[in-house]
Design a protein around this ligand. Structure first.
Ligand code: ADP
Length: 514
């Protein structure tokens, strides 16, 4: 074959690739619950067809009913349904799907799945498998960003399973230390260690937790930052080398190292620290040759020093607060980037508008240490309210399955100021009716009304420090009793007034007889 023919063939191939990516006509969402529905809403808005996949117990779920097409991919246990990557790809191919959006959780950070999707000729709406691999290991991620001079928590730069070595490193770093699973996520495999005596046992526990959760028992040691805030930066990168950040999200209200309330912007960052963290986050994205939406997580200490934790190579649960303050639809941006489009704005075009707060409504009982709660959503209703957004994958009458994440909804509020957003959250909680299960809904009010949250002086220990389940439960009962007494009092007053009117032969009396 002569060289000009080879060039034409390559050009044909490139335009074939451009055709398949740019004319994305049908997208499969490999997820369930609120995120599947939220992603599909944007896909539909963009004029693209949607395909849902579901397990048998999800057959009546809103994401299934919303989709243009839906395919059952197995039984409830996620290993038999939502984690069956090969089967999902087969379904996609049989339906002529040209893009797969993984949502968060399940297969979203599985480099092997992303690679197989691409090899099947389908666009994976997310970063490349290589970027996922680099950031998939917390240690690997630190190694990758080393040359950019990004501040890191002092600790080890490699994973170990040897206890003596761990003791040596912990002594150098200084107690307290944190043992972390190298392949960690969701707060699993993490143990705070106060001294050398505790270390072997805690390491044993962290390793066995890591093995059962991730199939990898290697751990590493970091200095435990005493009063840390979890502040993360949203980044967005296209395939043409443009990278921007969409400011920060404050995610310090956590239980079991997992977030419950998030807000944007943070109440404490100065414009200078925000700019520095934003730059570091963009550098992390560059180090991973990142494309799409991603999140760079940092710990911030009381002096506003920040330390790189890890990068999440997917859409985050808490992305709506960023969407609200930036006026952008992040799923739309993900799809545009995957189609090969350039970002249509620069860093200077992005401004923070107001304040947004998200409350995760989980089927958990705050009074029982946030233990999962199951049951049927006998009542589940929130009226339409201005500056309130509800992302959920559930409707009244549905069962909460034990097989999946306890997150049932995300309540997001916006205000011109932080105070307005907090007041709006309390108002929305008061208007929200959830019956049949225990949830974190009312706990949201505890946070919004707490002096430390209001003042902005809190860290990741907020719940441990301030939340006493028994007192909270008693206060809640007291509040419910007060509301019930007020209702009875108002009813009696009304009844008395009506009786008086009756005796006086009022118009009301006449109308009633008529
Ligand atoms: P995962 O991936 O399991 O969620 P992360 O590394 O993102 O783990 O950390 C989760 C949470 O654990 C953080 O938000 C923070 O509250 C806490 N944490 C992590 N590293 C440290 C540290 N070195 N010091 C203190 N707290 C930490």
């Amino acid at each position: 074959m002569n060289s000009s023919l080879v060039i034409i063939k390559i050009q044909d191939f490139i335009s074939f690739l451009q055709d398949t990516t740019q004319n994305m006509k049908k997208i499969l969402v490999a997820n369930r619950g609120e995120i599947a529905l939220r992603v599909m809403k944007t896909i539909k808005k963009m004029g693209i067809s949607t395909v849902a996949v579901y397990s048998d117990i999800d057959r009546y779920a809103p994401h299934v009913r919303f989709a243009d097409e839906a395919v059952c991919i197995g039984v409830a246990h996620s290993s038999q349904s939502y984690l069956r990557g090969d089967h999902i790809i087969e379904v996609a191919l049989s339906l002529g799907v040209d893009g797969i959006h993984p949502g968060y959780g399940f297969l979203s950070e599985n480099a092997g799945f992303a690679r197989k999707v691409t090899e099947a000729g389908i666009t994976f709406i997310g970063p490349s498998p290589e970027s996922i691999e680099i950031m998939g290991s917390k240690i690997g991620a630190k190694e990758a960003v080393k040359s950019y001079g990004i501040p890191m928590v002092p600790g080890m730069d490699r994973a170990i399973i040897d206890k003596d070595e761990a003791i040596k490193v912990a002594t150098q770093v200084g107690y307290p230390v944190l043992i972390k699973a190298s392949a960690g996520g969701g707060g699993k495999g993490m143990r705070v260690v106060q001294n050398a005596e505790e270390l072997p046992e805690q390491m044993e526990r962290a390793m066995s937790e890591a093995l059962s959760a991730f199939g990898d028992n290697s751990v590493f040691i970091e200095k435990y930052i005493a009063s840390p805030r979890h502040i993360e930066i949203q980044v967005l990168a296209d395939q043409h080398g443009n990278v921007v950040h969409l400011f920060e999200r404050e995610c310090s209200i956590q239980r079991r190292h997992q977030k419950l309330v998030e807000e944007a912007p943070s109440a404490i960052l100065t414009p200078e620290v925000r700019a520095a963290m934003g730059k570091s986050a963009c550098d992390v994205a560059r180090a991973a040759q990142y494309q799409g939406a991603g999140t760079v997580e940092f710990l911030v200490d009381e002096h506003l020093n920040y330390y790189f934790l890890e990068m999440n190579t997917r859409l985050q649960v808490e992305h709506p607060v960023t969407e609200w303050i930036c006026g952008l639809d992040l799923v739309e941006q993900q799809i545009r980037v995957a189609r090969g489009e350039k970002l249509s704005f620069t860093q200077n075009d992005l401004k923070i508008n107001g304040h947004a707060i998200e409350l995760r409504i989980c089927a958990e009982n705050p009074a029982e240490n946030f233990l999962p709660s199951t049951g049927t959503l006998n009542r589940f209703f929130l009226p339409d309210m201005e500056n309130v957004r509800l992302d959920t994958g559930y409707t009244e009458g549905m069962e909460i399955p034990v097989q999946y994440d306890p997150l049932i909804a995300k309540l997001i509020t916006w205000g011109n100021t932080r105070e307005a957003a907090m007041n709006k959250m309390v108002e929305a909680i008061d208007h929200f009716t959830i019956d049949g299960i225990q949830s974190t809904l009312e706990f949201g009010k505890f946070v919004m009304r707490h002096d430390d949250f209001i003042s902005g002086h809190f860290d990741t220990n907020f719940i441990q420090k301030n939340f006493d389940p028994k007192t909270w439960e008693a206060d809640l009962d007291e509040e419910k009793r007060a509301v019930a007494s007020l209702a009875v009092y108002l009813y009696c007053q009304d009844a008395e007034r009506l009786q008086e009117i009756d005796h006086n032969g009022s118009v009301w009396h006449t109308n009633r007889i008529a």
